[in-house]
Design a protein around this ligand. Structure first.
Ligand code: UD1
Length: 415
């Protein structure tokens, strides 16, 4: 029988919760281990489905992986294959991140084309264009990207659109390339900065000025031990869940500049008390403020936060307007939120929320990771019972999601 999440809403979240390591920073870090045969030890890696898939992909390429302790993984050895098969790439688009490292270290790569997904087309044309500019010969055959080169040459790469995985792929290709690479209009999301820090700790020569990344290729990278920072989107998820349920929670999170920035954005919904390793949020007597925004590249409001903010905007104390401009099809959670009680009008990718909507539990279907998290926030804040189908999407990106919410008093269980 199909399993679903069963939620009885209406209970304010209370207690204390820890934020896990960043999923979106961990995946490129795993890809970067291809760049050296030495041992790379990564700690604070969250235990979740997307990480498991990436580890299976690395194992299929020939890497030796050991789990040192909870959330700490060591990866070493040279590769026995340069083929990233469809079963992994189709399961997780971030697998495309192996293309740059394979090409620069092994001069050959066959990576399945990730194809579109529910939130949009998600092309990789800019990755391919940039790698070609660095001297790679790339063709597409039967759904695979086949790439080869004698050596990758440093080059001046201008991204006509800011792309996070594109920047990460080219950056990893450039660190072992010949000569200097300049990446213009690079993404400077915290997950790119983390990758720069990791690669630098492996011996890469990288400098960032504004949105330009300068790389001086080196012959070899070495092993390292590196700790991933906290997940800014997981932080936003719990913050907004506390707001939506009118709860009172302490979130344990170390406060680096990226986390401070995220907290600053979230404070528009309602203020929190920010301490060095903790955020105290109390919405028991506080209003939920609406936030109007257009999703944007960093330091704008991340597209991953948009579905979550749609929930608080629906029940907030006034109207708001939001626009999704990163992905063409990332509003699929709205018809589901309407079933809970959201009142809004959509025109293209712009949504006008009335505010003041009252949620009651219902049957819901999850279409993607963040949409799923938004539906759960909606369901735990609603009066009555909800059944949430296809919740596996959520487990791909959140460590112990059900357990953490239950520990905060949410009535949520797998049925
Ligand atoms: C994007 C988000 C990232 C988020 C992730 C998962 C941005 C800039 N990136 O990263 O914050 O964590 O989704 O939700 O907000 N594009 C092309 N050609 C390419 C590559 C990208 O046209 O070769 C377009 C995409 O279709 C999209 C935009 O550029 O409209 C940004 O894409 P990109 O940053 O590459 O997506 P992700 O890396 O998945």
């Amino acid at each position: 029988m199909t399993k679903f999440l069963s939620v009885t809403g209406g209970k304010p979240l209370r207690g204390c919760v820890d934020i896990s390591g960043s999923k979106n920073a961990s995946l490129p870090a795993l890809a970067a281990t291809i760049l050296t045969d030495d041992k790379v030890t990564l700690s604070n890696i969250p235990e979740l489905e997307d990480i498991s898939i990436f580890l299976k992909l690395l194992t299929s390429l020939g890497k030796k992986i050991s789990i040192d302790s909870k959330n700490c993984i060591s990866i070493e050895g040279s590769l026995s294959s340069i083929i990233a098969p469809y079963e992994y790439v189709s399961a997780m688009r971030a697998s495309i991140l192996v293309l740059g490292p394979l090409l620069t270290k092994y001069h050959k790569a066959i990576v399945s084309l990730p194809g579109g997904c529910k939130i949009g087309l998600r092309p990789v044309d800019l990755h391919i264009k940039a790698l070609r500019q660095m001297g790679a010969e790339i063709s597409q055959d039967k759904g695979n990207i086949e790439a080869q080169c004698k050596i990758l040459n440093g080059s001046e790469v201008l991204f006509t659109k800011v792309t996070v995985t594109g920047t990460q792929n080219v950056l990893m290709a450039a660190v072992l390339g010949r000569g200097a690479t300049k990446i213009l209009n690079a993404a400077i999301e915290p997950e790119v900065i983390t990758l720069i820090e990791l690669l630098s700790s492996m011996g890469a020569q990288i400098k960032l000025t504004g949105t330009t990344i300068y790389v001086q290729g080196v012959k070899k990278l070495h092993g390292t031990s590196f700790r991933l920072g906290p997940d800014r989107i997981e932080l936003a998820t719990y913050y907004l869940a506390v707001a939506a349920t009118k709860g009172k929670v302490e979130i344990n999170v170390s406060s680096d500049s990226c986390i401070k920035h995220t907290l600053n954005q979230l404070s528009a919904v309602g203020k929190a008390d920010i301490l060095s390793n903790k955020v105290k949020i109390d919405f028991s007597n506080a209003e939920i403020n609406p936030v109007s925004f257009i999703t944007n590249v960093y330091p704008g409001i991340a597209t991953d936060m948009q579905p979550l903010l749609c929930v608080t905007n629906s029940i907030a104390n006034g109207p708001s307007v939001i626009k999704e401009q990163i992905f063409e099809n990332r509003l699929q959670h709205l018809p589901e939120l309407a079933r809970l009680g959201s009142k809004y009008e959509i025109q293209g990718n712009e949504v006008r929320f009335e505010g003041g909507s009252e949620y009651t539990g219902t049957t819901l279907n999850v279409t993607d990771l963040r949409a799923g998290a938004a539906l759960v926030i909606g369901a735990i804040s609603a009066q009555g019972k909800s059944q949430i189908y296809d919740y596996f999407h959520i487990l791909r990106g959140y460590e112990n999601f059900i357990e953490k919410l239950s520990s905060l008093g949410a009535d949520i269980a797998v049925n």
